[in-house]
Design a protein around this ligand. Structure first.
Ligand code: SF4
Length: 126
């Protein structure tokens, strides 16, 4: 006998101020069979699909900087990163140690974890 594992997830769409509450349901690991309810437009469905199948977040953090008025420099990823990589990404970011001066927008880590996404400074220091 084959068992089918179903999944259901509640989401809030953040694409516009309406903030529609959506429910994604279907067969786990089979995105083409997912069903969506609660969204009021096509964009919301696309957002729910991405959030269900490959959720991403822009990662913000700080890195050590020497010879500067502050001990740490704020940084962020240049694009949203898959959520499943965030812990490993933080391990890489925590290895970085810079020396001032650093300008805003400087690439601190290039091609983070081979994602094509950089980590960049979000302010100038030094
Ligand atoms: S589903 Fe459409 S209408 Fe609803 S919050 Fe998202 S973008 Fe706005």
């Amino acid at each position: 006998m084959t068992r089918t594992k179903t999944a259901e997830k509640e989401l809030i769409c953040i694409l516009c101020p309406l903030g529609c509450k959506m429910i994604v349901s279907g067969v786990a690991n089979s995105p083409e069979d997912l069903t969506f309810s609660g969204q009021q437009c096509k964009k919301g469905r696309e957002y729910a699909y991405e959030e269900y199948t490959n959720p991403t977040r822009t990662l913000t953090s700080t890195v050590v900087i020497n010879n500067a008025p502050l001990a740490r420099l704020p940084v962020k990823t240049s694009k949203p990163l898959p959520k499943k990589l965030i812990y490993t990404a933080m391990e890489e970011i925590n290895k970085v140690e810079l020396t001032a001066p650093v300008k805003i927008g400087t690439v601190v880590i290039e091609n983070l974890l081979n994602t094509g996404i950089d980590v960049v400074s979000t302010r100038s220091l030094g």
